[in-house]
Design a binder for this molecule. Structure first.
Ligand code: AHG
Ligand code: MN
Ligand code: MN
Length: 334
């Protein structure tokens, strides 16, 4: 039978048999995540109508507070995921410390870290945005999970992925058995398998970086970007430049077509510093990328091997086609 028409929920259930130690708990968790993605997608899609429909004040016609999409996405994830009873603690880009699971619900064996709305500065211009998630198994044994459950290296993730809100809404996930993409069919409200077993090309022809920061970069970063722009038939240079400014969307394009996304350390603050967050942005996408045959590095080492020291730790990121990221590492050795 063709796989066309298989829903993400069916797919998750089929995948579960390949996951060591997985129980129905894990499936339950991913199903709730799928529903959260649909709810956020609905709000994102109607965002442009808010002014037209007159939701200009603090409350809408139903007397509910009109929330910023960031807050809506964050609250939706926290509320829905808590209720599964499968998590012991959560962490979000929007919240300073660990987010406990409400006493109302049982605690479970998993930990979830997320960026509820990535690229949210692009919302007003109708540009693609996304939700990124990372799931670990808990390592502590108390009633509630702790920061120790959150601060695990990316290599320990049991699942990761993202929902991309764009011309279509897509969900892309891995449980360590390849990367699979689903497109939301709004007429039936289901994510249907559209991209089975995604493989990123070994080498690409696109580089994605905020080149406005060029003068704040280390000379080695400048040399690598200069190299990508220097014509050479044998290595198919120059690369094309593509930069949306939403990590999920930039990453997704390069995952399908090949290429490298980078957010190098820069000297904007005086000290060399990356912008993107290890736990809720870099590590989950690194897991997806590696599962698709690509590679993610902080310029020196595999992102998945970094032992996190704090929840909102930022790191430089080079992610995409394996040979492009290895070449970036070579330049950075310098
Ligand atoms: P967020 O909206 O979750 O804060 O993340 C924004 C990030 C990321 O999506 C994007 O790759 C990067 O910021 C863009 O940064 P610049 O505007 O500095 O290029
Ligand atoms: Mn983000
Ligand atoms: Mn965000």
């Amino acid at each position: 039978m063709s796989n066309l028409g298989i829903t993400v929920t069916e797919h998750i259930m089929l995948q579960q048999k390949y996951i060591p130690k997985a129980t129905g708990a894990f499936t339950r968790l991913l199903r709730e995540l799928v529903l959260s993605g649909k709810l956020i997608s609905r709000e994102v899609n109607k965002a442009g109508l808010v002014d037209i429909l007159g939701f200009t004040g603090e409350t809408n016609v139903q007397g509910e507070e009109v929330q910023k999409l960031d807050d809506y996405a964050n609250d939706t994830m926290i509320k829905r995921m808590s209720r599964t009873g499968q998590l012991c603690v959560m962490a979000s880009e929007e919240v300073d410390g660990p987010i406990p699971v409400s006493e109302k619900y049982p605690r479970g064996a998993y930990v979830m870290i997320f960026d509820p709305l990535d690229g949210s500065s692009n919302i007003d211009a109708n540009v693609s945005i996304g939700t990124i998630f990372s799931i670990h198994r808990r390592v502590t044994t108390g009633d509630h999970g702790t920061i120790d459950d959150i601060l695990q290296p990316g290599a320990k993730q049991v699942a990761a992925g993202y929902v991309l809100y764009s011309s279509s809404t897509m969900l892309v996930y891995t449980t360590g058995q390849g990367v699979h993409g689903f497109t939301l069919d709004p007429t039936v409200g289901e994510f249907l398998l559209s991209h089975e077993n995604i493989r990123i090309p070994e080498k690409g022809g696109i580089y994605s970086v905020n080149e406005g920061n060029y003068h704040y970069w280390d000379d080695r970063v400048k040399s690598y970007v200069d190299y990508l722009k220097t014509p050479d038939k044998n290595t198919k240079r120059p690369y094309s430049s593509r930069y949306i400014g939403s990590l999920v969307a930039d990453f997704h394009r390069n995952l399908l077509s090949g290429g490298i996304f980078m957010y190098p350390a820069d000297l904007k603050s005086g000290k060399p510093k990356g912008k993107l967050r290890l736990m809720c942005e870099c590590a989950p996408l690194a897991f997806v990328c590696e599962q698709a045959g690509g590679y993610a590095s902080d310029g020196k080492r595999n992102i998945l091997d970094i032992e996190p020291t704090s929840l909102h730790q930022r790191v430089p990121l080079y992610i995409g086609s394996r040979s492009d990221v290895l070449m970036a590492e070579k330049f950075l050795e310098g």
